[in-house]
Design a binder for this molecule. Structure first.
Ligand code: COA
Length: 159
């Protein structure tokens, strides 16, 4: 069966931890849509177009994925794209409560769409987009955490 999975997030910006998760999902599913929330509750540092473009650059080379923006209920976006699985990452126990709420609400809204949790590599367990932005803003080296073009974009943005 051809299964499409959605990996949603704000991706402000996409980190190597996110890429690690996309690679894992791409091995499990025929098609993975990386869904960039264009109007999330957060006030993103990068515009929607920038976040989408940077994600496309960083994930270039993984054949069965596509990067799209979305600005609606996640489950509606999933239905429109015939996706039956939502993939989310669990880095640590601290992620669990929020993810539990998100998955529970999505199940309430669309019982036929499953949420699947994947663990990124341990080396990315501490990584988050906001920490990467903070390190970059204070002049720290983020090369280990993001794609080189995202590092350049961060440097420009923080200047
Ligand atoms: N590696 C590194 N960092 C990771 C990660 C990984 N594998 N997985 C998550 N993170 C980090 C992110 O960088 C982010 O860090 P930050 O808070 O410091 O920026 C944090 O974990 C969580 O962000 P993310 O995974 O991008 O999720 P989100 O909470 O920003 O996204 C949506 C939430 C967009 C999926 C959710 O709000 C949504 O579905 N919105 C659509 C509207 C909707 O349907 N709402 C009802 C939902 S029930």
């Amino acid at each position: 069966m051809d299964t499409t999975a959605i990996y949603p997030g704000t991706f402000d910006p996409l980190t190597n931890g996110h890429s690690d998760l996309v690679q894992r999902a791409a091995q499990l599913f025929e098609r993975v849509i990386v869904a960039v929330a264009t109007n999330p509750g957060k006030a993103p540092c990068f515009s929607a177009d920038e976040r989408i473009e940077l994600a496309r650059i960083a994930l270039n080379g993984i054949d069965n994925i596509e990067v799209c923006g979305f600005n609606q209920l996640l489950v509606e976006f999933a239905r429109e794209h015939q996706a039956s699985v939502i993939v989310r990452g669990l880095r640590a126990v601290s992620d669990f409560e929020y993810e539990f709420q998100l998955a529970g609400m999505n199940r309430k809204l669309a019982a036929d769409i499953e949420t699947l949790f994947l663990m990124p590599s341990e080396k990315y367990a501490y990584l988050s987009s906001s920490l990467v932005r903070e390190v970059a803003a204070l002049g720290g080296d983020v090369s280990e955490f993001v794609h080189p073009e995202i590092k350049t974009a961060l440097c420009h943005k923080m200047r």
